[in-house]
Design a protein around this ligand. Structure first.
Ligand code: PEP
Length: 254
């Protein structure tokens, strides 16, 4: 049985001071969570503040991006060894907002996965179709293409460290979530792709989160599905009560 995994993507919200407050609330509200794995991904400048608060808790800390090189003259960038040293265990790679605004491609995703894993970080790799792709009946094709490019020539060991977040772009920050049926169908497709590339056991171990307007009101219906192994939560992760309710929904269905 795969352990459900709920991760919060705080995006470009929460100053270090605000992040500390949110982390303190989550630490208190989630003390008794046992069955569900939980992580929060604050902005770079708030990672240390959050890590200090959550150090002795069960909530892990992640980053929202990582640079393609381990070090060098890359002004404004942050590398995998820096994130690891700052206390991160997770890093989100290939979020659609980075693909849209910062030139992230399936190729950079592939390279970042290798780097992150080499430095001891576990990647949450985001894939998903746009609205026009869904409406054009291309979802399956897009997922096939993204899967093969993002995981191109990755070893089974590296793939074993990856969590995939299926995030239909049309559902992110729009309040319009995929139905459990729609999400489940794509999750099954992703697991089948993993099975054909890495074998049945690796595919059974793979955790696939759903992301896109997950809220306390829709979390249980999504998380009840056996191929939906958790959620990557944006907006609702900025509110301690809402995020706690989503984690509780995961605990309740496990
Ligand atoms: C996200 O940022 O990954 C996300 C899914 O955002 P939201 O929950 O706000 O749709």
């Amino acid at each position: 049985m795969r352990r459900k995994f709920i991760a919060g993507n705080w995006k470009m919200f929460k100053t270090p001071q605000e992040a500390r407050q949110l982390a303190k609330s989550l630490k208190i509200k989630l003390t008794d969570v046992r069955r569900t794995e939980v992580a929060v991904c604050p902005p770079f400048v708030s990672i240390s503040a959050v890590q200090e608060i959550l150090r002795d808790s069960r909530i892990a800390v992640g980053a929202q991006n990582v640079h393609l090189e381990r070090s060098g003259a890359y002004t404004g960038e942050v590398s995998a060894p820096m994130l690891k040293d700052a206390g991160c265990s997770w890093v989100i790679i290939g979020h659609s907002e980075r693909r849209q605004y910062s030139g992230e491609t399936d190729d950079t995703v592939n390279r970042k996965i290798r780097l992150a894993v080499a430095d001891g970080l576990s990647p949450i790799v985001c894939i998903g179709e746009t609205l026009s792709e869904r409406e054009g009946g291309q979802t399956e094709q897009v997922i096939n293409r993204q899967f093969s490019a993002c995981f191109n020539e990755l070893s089974e060991d590296v793939f074993g460290r990856v969590v995939i977040a299926y995030e239909p772009v049309w559902a992110i920050g729009t309040g319009r979530n995929a139905t459990p049926e729609q999400a489940d169908a794509v999750h099954r497709q992703i697991r089948a792709l993993a099975a054909s590339r890495y074998g049945r056991e690796a595919a059974e171990r793979l955790r696939i989160q759903y992301g896109g307007s997950v809220k306390p009101e829709n979390a249980a219906d999504l998380l009840r599905r056996s191929d939906i192994d958790g959620a990557l939560v944006g907006g609702a992760s900025l509110d301690a009560d809402a995020f706690t309710a989503i984690v509780r929904a995961a605990e309740d269905v496990t």
